[in-house]
Design a protein around this ligand. Sequence first.
Ligand SMILES: [Zn+2]
Length: 172
Amino acid sequence: MTQRTSSDPAISGQPPAPSLSHRIGIPKRLALKIWRRDHWACRYCGDAVFFGPALRLLEKRSPGHGYYHPHGKGQSMIDVFQMRWASIDHVKPVTNGGTNDQENLVTACWRCNLAFRANVVGTRKPPPEQTNASAEHSGWDGLLSLYPLLGDSEDDWSRLISKELASRACDH
Ligand SMILES: [Zn+2]
């Protein structure tokens, strides 16, 4: 299987981001898997996170309300959306030989991602929490299920999400 890499800034995170010089693209499908596994909660602080592309669509629908900003400049994005933007963190940093294996990937809110970027566990970066039970039971999905309703076209995300929603419906 060829690993398609993604340059989608929503995954490695971009809104308020200083650019990552050593970013490894994470395939969208894999990112969805990690966020779902972690129940849409940051593995470092436990806060609920938002599916960034849904915020982007909200901003497109209703510009100027601070849902999203391509560069996250100044006060252009509402703080909670900016800081709880779902990203993926490499537990062992890529610069330290960390890979895209699922065991090395965790859901991180943007605030934690910025705080621990490129740090190594045991220095400034804490080991990730176990997926927390309250997140598991909250049913929060980061606004993921709204994404297909907000968009006006079929894109990669829509296709992946429709598949996921269909498989979820079959679970019962
Ligand atoms: Zn966090």
